[in-house]
Design a protein around this ligand. Structure first.
Ligand code: FES
Ligand SMILES: [Fe+2]
Length: 376
């Protein structure tokens, strides 16, 4: 008999201390019902990064995004107010905004030409005279909660969720010393598609540098592996390491990775990776139970044309690390499908971040199941 989704969730025991703990079990990475449950809970109830503030600084600027299967548009109105909406026409559900980003005075649906203000209000319907009981004021784009922190635009699909500040907890304090707003500018974006569940990528990120000496020879030439620290917070994990460069360091890596490595993960799927004058953010998005996309946004202290070559060199270093991670993650996904594997143990020295991730997931999935049960 097929196991119920609750039985699959309960294969994990969140009460084990780290030195007794197991990873979340293989079916969590392979069962489409878990992916559905995550979409309905984790991705629909937490604050999710959907874009950058620098994309919507001016009135009329907008960008579109996709979150938990929902098309979304974020726009700054003529009144300077930042708003987010479901990018779904109230007529017959077409996507109203089709460009990834831009600047507009109004939005015109490409299907039958209805127009909306950038504040979401329905402005005009073509050939709609004589339609009874239709209230234009009640047919604007459906709003979504939106807020910002640093250069990141977050939305939350859950109207009852606590404010973004509560969700972030101590994270702004941890990030404040980096002085991001003053010191770094967005430079470029890369998107990678992986053949693995999104959690495999997050696990790989949260292994406390465990895989670095084995899998990233270049990076490991500058990371002081033994001094690597891992600190858990309520919904975040900070991994940090001093960097060293000596004659054994790879030149490209040493030139673009200086100071201290700062790797911050925010539950469930956002990471901020900073070195001196260099930063990238990673947003991990599930595409299917065994596929995900990771969006890398690269920032640099100097984004002038004079710094372009150096910045591109730095991105090349990161892409090499990323290629190595992609190969590992894809292999892990295949292994999770093997009859030889159910779950694994965690390194106490290295893998406390994964332990936090798994327990937070368990809490969200359990809550969602209990809600469904209560509503039945
Ligand atoms: S679906 Fe948008 S105008 Fe018809
Ligand atoms: Fe890695």
């Amino acid at each position: 008999m097929e196991r119920s989704v609750r039985d699959v969730v309960n294969l994990y025991n969140p009460h084990d201390p780290l030195d007794e703990a197991w990873t979340i079990p293989a079916p969590w990475y392979r069962d489409a019902r878990i992916a559905d449950l995550e979409r309905a809970s984790v991705f629909s109830t937490t604050w999710q990064v959907v874009g950058r503030l620098d994309q919507v600084r001016g009135n009329g600027q907008f960008f579109t995004a996709d979150l938990a299967g929902e098309p979304i548009v974020v726009a700054r109105g003529e009144d300077s107010q930042l708003r987010a909406f479901y990018n779904v026409c109230r007529h017959h559900a077409a996507a109203v905004v089709t460009e990834p980003q831009g600047c507009a005075k109004q939005f015109r649906c490409p299907y039958h030409g209805w127009t909306y203000g950038i504040d979401g209000a329905l402005k005009g319907m073509v050939e709609f005279d004589g339609v009874c009981n239709f209230d234009r004021a009640k047919n604007g784009l459906v709003p979504i909660r939106v807020d910002t922190w640093e250069n990141f635009v977050f939305v939350n699909l859950d109207g009852r969720a606590a404010p973004l500040r509560d969700f972030l907890g101590v994270v702004p304090e941890i990030v404040a010393p980096l002085d991001l707003e003053k010191k770094l500018r967005f430079f470029d974006r890369r998107v990678y598609t992986l053949n693995c569940n999104w959690k495999v990528y997050v696990d790989n990120y949260l292994d406390g540098g465990y895989h670095v000496p084995h899998a990233h020879k270049g990076l490991s030439s500058v990371i002081e592996y033994t001094k690597y620290t891992i600190e858990n917070f309520e919904r975040a994990c900070l991994q940090s390491s001093p960097l060293s460069s000596d004659s054994s360091s790879e030149t490209g890596v040493a030139a673009t990775r200086q100071g201290r490595a700062f790797y911050l993960w925010l539950y469930p799927n956002f990471m901020v990776n900073a070195y001196e004058g260099v930063m990238d953010t990673n947003l991990v998005l599930p595409l299917a139970v065994d596929r995900c996309a990771v969006i890398f946004d690269y920032y640099f202290a100097d984004t002038s044309p004079a710094a372009e070559t150096r910045n591109k060199e730095s991105i090349a270093v990161s892409e090499r690390v990323q290629d190595e991670d992609v190969a590992l993650c894809d292999a892990v996904q295949r292994g999770l499908g093997s009859r030889a594997y159910d779950a694994g143990r965690l390194s106490v020295r290295r893998e406390a971040g994964e332990h936090l991730f798994h327990r937070l997931l368990f809490a969200d999935l359990t809550n969602a199941l209990n809600h469904v049960a209560a509503a039945d």
